[in-house]
Design a binder for this molecule. Structure first.
Ligand code: MN
Length: 418
């Protein structure tokens, strides 16, 4: 697949994350006006509320793009998703005779405020990266017990808090929690001293289901993907996680990128899962390439310093695809709702510079890593901005997700102090 040229000149630049091939879905506002749906094209945003009102696109009987979320459109289903993509591609392609009608509905992205692109009814986070699970398991339980016995058979996950999902740019407050270190004789209530990120991709359920679905059906039900940072308080996590898994350590915030990149835009980048170390049960077996070749990176910018890239990896490092995770999620009968968000699990590669969390990069704080400024880090310090980036690289174009960042603010005073 090569670049689809657009009459929006900035969309043809080799370095734009938003060529016509992408058409990612976001929600934006200008000044005091209401947030509504738009797609990014080059350095512009096409106002779909306005385009729909002008009668230039019709994907349903009732307007769907004046809403401040994409859920209404997603609920129209796969045929509508393909229909919109076809219509927008035709309107924005070089040589389109609609240019003079469409052009007034473009706004400069620099003037827009981006909002949460969807309503997230439920949020689930998985633990599906083999290198991450091996690294964390080695630190928490020793090398011989690194991978739990179920790990190669089932995509492990937990039900998170949808209410804590925020859009890129939202500040994140260092949490308080109950902490007990390995050498402490009793737990204490304190601000987390081991606050961390997790580099993940989020898959968005676009078609509801009620009962078990196959891996292929699950693949078809996924509307698109976002970058996702699962902020994690490691000291709270290490004390609370047995036997029911993460709870308050993951309840502070989960940041997503403002643009949903559709599965259709990622289609040319589909990639096989890694070789299976044990055969999966039939209902989870691979049925085609369902991962994507997406380069991922993490940067850390101290309050006063320059930006350092601290990790680079790729989404193909996942052991389970989002389709396998979604299929597994439905096996016991749990209904899935349009807008449900599934975190992939931390994405780490086999090498040291490919680790998607500070816990792994600093090996539990034992091996602090050095930033461009010469400072070292084991975990996040107040004022640090952590950012994720993701790019699929085509022939003369790239598919990007926009920023996924957050700045960590100091903990508030003890919330229970009188
Ligand atoms: Mn996670």
């Amino acid at each position: 697949m090569s670049l689809i040229r657009s009459w929006v000149a900035s969309a043809n630049a080799e370095t734009t994350p938003f060529p016509l091939n992408n058409l990612p879905c976001g929600v934006f506002s200008l000044g005091d006006d209401d947030p509504r749906c738009g797609v990014a094209i080059g350095d512009m945003i096409l106002d779909l509320r306005a385009v729909e009102a002008a009668g230039l696109i019709a994907v349903s009987d009732a307007p769907v793009f004046a809403q401040p979320v994409w859920n209404g459109f997603m609920a129209l289903g796969r045929l509508a998703w393909a229909d919109l993509r076809d219509k927008l591609t035709a309107l924005l392609a070089e040589g389109s005779n609609a240019q003079t009608d469409v052009e007034p509905h473009l706004v400069a992205a620099a003037d827009a405020v981006l909002h949460m692109p969807l309503h997230v009814p439920e949020y689930t986070d998985f633990y599906a990266g083999l290198h991450h699970a091996s690294n964390v398991g080695t630190m928490f339980r020793g090398a011989e017990n690194a991978l739990p016995p179920n790990w190669l058979h089932v995509p492990i996950g937990y039900n998170g808090r949808a209410s804590s999902v925020v859009v890129s740019g939202t500040h994140v407050r260092r949490p308080w929690g109950q902490i007990k270190g390995p050498t402490d004789d009793k737990p204490r209530f304190a601000p987390s001293a081991r606050f961390d990120i997790e580099l993940e991709m989020g898959a968005i359920v676009g078609t509801a289901s009620n009962g078990p679905i196959t891996v292929q059906e699950a693949f078809d039900n996924i509307f698109g993907y976002v970058l996702l940072n699962d902020w994690s308080a490691r000291d709270i996590q290490a004390w609370e996680y047995q036997p029911l898994g993460p709870f308050q350590s993951k309840a502070t915030a989960t940041t997503i990128s403002p643009w949903i990149v559709t599965a259709a835009a990622l289609e040319p980048f589909r990639h096989d899962a890694p070789e299976r170390q044990v055969e999966l049960l039939d209902h989870l077996k691979d049925c085609g390439p369902m991962l994507y070749d997406i380069d991922l990176a993490v940067t850390l910018t101290p309050e006063t310093g320059q930006t350092s890239t601290i990790a680079r990896t790729n989404y193909t490092q996942m052991y389970y695809s989002a389709a396998q995770q979604l299929a597994h999620h439905t096996t016991a009968g749990s209904p899935m709702t349009v807008g449900d968000l599934l975190g992939s699990g931390t994405i780490s590669g086999p090498e040291k510079g490919e680790r998607g969390s500070l816990l792994e990069l600093s090996w539990g704080g034992k091996e602090p890593f050095t930033l461009e400024t010469g400072e070292t880090r084991s975990f996040i310090e107040d004022g640090d901005t952590l950012a994720l980036t993701g790019h699929a690289r085509g022939d003369g174009y790239i598919i990007g997700f926009g920023p996924c960042n957050g700045t960590v603010l100091p903990a508030l005073p003890d919330p229970y102090a009188r």
